[in-house]
Design a protein around this ligand. Structure first.
Ligand SMILES: NC(=O)c1ccc[n+]([C@@H]2O[C@H](COP(=O)([O-])OP(=O)(O)OC[C@H]3O[C@@H](n4cnc5c(N)ncnc54)[C@H](OP(=O)(O)O)[C@@H]3O)[C@@H](O)[C@H]2O)c1
Length: 215
């Protein structure tokens, strides 16, 4: 199967992807939301980070592309669980797939059993390669990863990301410790030699939409 994994993130002019309060509300325009829906409409599975769900409670249903088929929401929970009252459980066309570990399986089942399909791994960590394997076996080929930065990092670190969509938004936050699109402890081992190629760029209003690919 020819699986592709694309990251989609918006960042400020100084490369931040979260506000000082850890959230992202108000930092991208309706044009960005429209573009995000285009990327979603071209995907069949949508991975959303646990902290992003807790902090931002994103609307994941496509609103701005007519007759689009919504991608299936995929949630990775390594520790603990998630509150039930999040939009991803309430407003999706598809029942979300939650991938968790053996150590938190009971907790996840107790909290989310009626709201999601639950796949517990036989390990205490969630290996991104295994996630893509599970999705591949279920027939999902075009995967979109909408962050956050910790989840992006774990997929990038293993060289699993083929494409990155970035929206540049017209703000500068400045605070030192805020994350960029990839937030991890160590640098990518081959960051100087892996060249991402710019495949597309367009400006709409005050934002620039960029697509990079790695081959
Ligand atoms: N600017 C944008 O476009 C954009 C987009 C999305 C999010 N954001 C911002 O990013 C913030 C959250 O980012 P974040 O980096 O803290 O969190 P995140 O990437 O949304 O979620 C990370 C959490 O997912 C769980 N997880 C499960 N499997 C994992 C794996 N293999 N690798 C890494 N994490 C795994 C971990 O929690 P457990 O270990 O507890 O399970 C981890 O702490 C949001 O509040 C939002 O504002 C911005």
């Amino acid at each position: 199967m020819n699986q592709t994994l694309a990251i989609n993130m918006a960042m400020t002019l100084d490369g931040k992807v979260a506000r000082p309060d850890g959230k992202w509300y108000g930092m991208s325009s309706k044009d960005d939301k429209i573009q995000m829906d285009v990327y979603r409409s071209e995907s069949d599975a949508l991975i959303v980070g646990k902290n992003s769900i807790i902090n931002d409670d994103p609307v994941i249903k496509i609103r701005y592309v007519e007759n689009a088929i919504n991608p299936r929401p995929i949630i990775l929970i390594r520790r603990g669980s998630l509150p039930r009252d999040k939009k991803i459980f309430e407003e999706s066309d598809h029942i979300p797939l939650v991938i968790c570990c053996k150590s938190n399986k009971k907790e996840v089942m107790k909290e989310l059993e009626n709201l999601a399909d639950i796949h517990a791994l036989d390990s205490d960590d969630i290996d991104p390669k295994k996630v893509l394997g599970i999705l591949s076996r279920q027939g999902y080929e075009r995967i979109l990863l909408e962050g956050g930065p910790k989840l992006n990092y774990s997929f990038l670190k293993q060289g699993l990301v083929n494409r990155i969509h970035i929206t540049l938004t017209p703000f500068i936050i400045g605070q030192r410790d805020l994350p960029s699109i990839a937030d991890g402890e160590l640098s990518m081992p081959d960051f100087e030699t892996s060249n991402w190629s710019l495949m597309n760029s367009k400006s709409v209003g005050n934002e620039i939409f960029l697509t990079y690919e790695i081959h």
